[in-house]
Design a binder for this molecule. Structure first.
Ligand SMILES: [Ca+2]
Length: 266
């Protein structure tokens, strides 16, 4: 007797190429939360990033797996310190070799707190109504770290609200995404190293945003920082009463002179 078996084989391609780290640029001064970017590796389904204080990657300060894109912004590094960065692609059956190591040197940064003046603002009670409040920053240095302080609003049910921050080059992150049903009012700060949001939130606590504030770093601070509050359901409305931008900007080294002239006594 002959039996016929149908066997389904799935051939998964392997990631075998090394990525190339593209930022931070070699030789420059980095913010204290650098945005690390790299070239895509064919067949990779995720990436691993390592940052260490030694070139042999013994003293790891970042060891992040499962990154699905080709960019990753670290948490806070130490100022004026040399770090070493490498990235590799991961596929279902294999791990690609590490990229060449990129050396980076962090600078120092300065805290600049800016308080919203476009408040109070009504939070509309029609479905989908969006309230915005903008803080204008005149400093042109790159953003090295960022928190939102003392975001206060009244609203009988904050789970109707989606709160988003947009930076001057239009990168966005969601701070609060329709969380904590039945909670009346909000008084919270947001930081990537804050605690996980609990419901109802402890008043005046510092929580991790729904998104990642790190996505809004490493661009110039200059321009409009906009807080948007979308009320997703008709009926209940409220008032945005205040918020602050806690912005750390990189102390950029002065530009080198483009030419030197020698003054000789005549
Ligand atoms: Ca509403």
């Amino acid at each position: 007797m002959t039996r016929v078996l149908d066997v389904l084989l799935t051939i998964r391609p392997s990631a075998t190429q090394a990525a190339t780290v593209t930022t931070p640029a070699a030789g420059g001064i980095s913010t204290l939360r650098p945005r690390i970017t790299w070239t895509a590796v064919p067949n990779a389904i995720s990436y691993e990033v390592q940052v260490a204080t030694d070139a042999t990657f013994t003293n790891l300060v970042v060891n992040q797996a499962g990154i699905t894109g080709t960019t990753f912004t670290t948490l806070l590094l130490q100022p004026t310190t040399t770090y070493y960065v490498r990235v590799r692609g991961v596929s279902a059956c294999a791990t690609a070799p590490y990229s060449a190591t990129r050396q980076l040197l962090t600078g120092t940064h300065t805290l600049r707190t800016a308080t919203a003046t476009q408040v109070p603002r009504p939070i509309g009670n029609t479905a989908g109504a969006t309230t915005t409040s903008t803080i204008v920053i005149g400093n042109t240095e790159r953003v090295s770290d960022l928190r939102i302080r003392d975001l206060t609003l009244t609203h009988p049910d904050i789970s109707e609200l989606e709160i988003t921050l947009t930076n001057p080059v239009r990168r966005q992150t969601v701070l609060l995404a329709q969380a904590c049903p039945g909670t009346n009012g909000l008084n919270l700060s947001f930081a990537d190293d804050g605690i996980a949001l609990a419901c109802p939130p402890a008043a005046a606590g510092t929580v991790r945003p729904a998104g990642y504030l790190g996505d809004l770093l490493n661009d110039p601070a200059f321009g409009n920082w906009t807080l948007s509050i979308r009320d997703t359901r008709a009926g209940n409305g409220g008032t945005l009463t205040g918020w602050k931008l806690e912005l750390y900007t990189l102390n950029e080294p002065p530009a080198a002179p483009t030419g030197l002239s020698v003054l000789a006594p005549s």
